[in-house]
Design a protein around this ligand. Sequence first.
Ligand code: PMP
Length: 417
Amino acid sequence: MPASQALPQRIPSMTQQSQRPAFAGWLSTTNDITRTFLAANRVPGLINMAGGLPEPATFPTAELAAIAADAVRDHAPEVLGYGPAEGLPELRDALARRFSSRDLTLTRENVFVTSAGMQGLDLVGKVLLEPGQLIACQYPTYLGALDAWRPRSPTYRNLVIDDPAFDAFSALDGAQFAYTVPNFSNPTGKLVSVETRQALVDAAHRTGTWLVEDDPYGTLHYDGKPLPRMIDLSARTNPGAPYAGPVVYMGTLSKEIAPGLRVGWVIAAPAFIEALAMAKLGADLCTSGLTQRIALAAIEAGLLEKIQPTILDTYRQRRDALCAAMREHLSDWLEWEVPVGGMFVWAVGRDPSLNTDDLLKHAMAAGVCVAPSSVFDATGMNRRALRINFTLNDASRLAEGAKRLARAFEAMRDPKK
Ligand code: PMP
C-alpha cells in the first residue's frame, strides 16, 4: 500500500448534504497535518522527519515503571481518584521550587499543572480570547498553537523579531496576548536574543499585553549556554515579591522525559492561574493523578538531570548528521542555518517559487515525511520552507531521508522521471 493511502482521511466536507446539523465553521478552515505526522510513525517504510518526536530509547523506562508501581501502591486514592483542577499540590510546590531563581519568587499559587503543553495553549485561548481578537505571534508560528486558537477565529499580527526594524512596543500594543517560543523556536529552531527578550518583556509591562513564553525546548541546548527566561527578566522589576507580572511561562515534560506522560505546567500571576482553573473544569477537570505523581517522583529523584546528558549527546549528533546529509544531498535546493538547540532544521527554498505543499506529495511518494511551511503561517501563504526533525531517527535513517527528499525535488522538477 502506498504510504499516502495509509494516512488519515481529511475531515468530511462541510458542504455535504445531510439532515444533521453542520460541523462548526472553523473545521473547514483547518488542516489535519498533525494527524498525518502522528500517523506517519506507523506507516511501514516511511521515514518520519515531520513531527517533534523524541527518540523512544531516551525514555527512562525502568525507572518510570518502578515509580509508577510505587505511585499506584502507595497513593491509590490520589492517583486513581479525581484531583484538584490546579494540579497536585506537591507537584505545584516542586515546580515552584524548580523555577524560582534569584529574581523570580514563585509560590504554589503561581503554578498550574496542565495535561501537557498543548492544553496550556488551549486554555490560554479559552481564558483570553473573544472571537476575532488579535494575537501577536512570533512568525513563523508553532502549528499546534494555531490549531488551539482556531475555534476562536483570532486575527494575527506577525512578530518578525529578526527584522532590524522590529519595534516590540508597537508589535504588542493592542494585542490580547503575544506568543513566542524563545528557545529553539518551533518551527525555525531559532534562539531569541537576550536583547529581544528584554524588549518584549518591557513592551509587555508598558502595554499590559500578556506575553506567553512557550518553552518546551529550553533544556535541549547543544552549543552555548541557556539564556534567561523572559519570566525571570520580568520579575527583575519587582524582585522578592511573588510573581504577578504579564509573562505566562509554559513548560512540559514531553521533551525532557516522555510525551506520553502528558504533564505540563503554566507559571503566571495568581489571577491568571485562577482563570485557567475555571477553563480546565470545562476541559478535563484535572490532569491524570497517576502521571502527576510520576512527574513529581521523577523530579524529586533527579531523573530529569540524570537523563539529560544522554539526550543532549544523542540529539547533538543527530543534528550534525542531518546537516551533513543535507549538505551532501539538498544544498542545490535548500538553505538553512544549523540550529543551536531544539528538534528542527528550518530549510528555505533557494527558488522563491518553491511550493513545499506540492513537494510533500512527492516526498511521501519517495518515502519521507517533512513539515511544509504553510502550516506554520496563519494565512497558509508561506510555501517556501520546510521543517525537518532530527531527533527521532538515527544518522543512517536521517541520511536516507535526505536522499529521499532530494529524489522528491527531482521528481517535482521532472514529473516523468
Ligand atoms: N509548544 C511547542 C512550541 C511545541 O513544539 C509543542 C510540541 N511539539 C508543544 C507546545 C506541546 O507539546 P506537549 O503537548 O507534548 O507538551
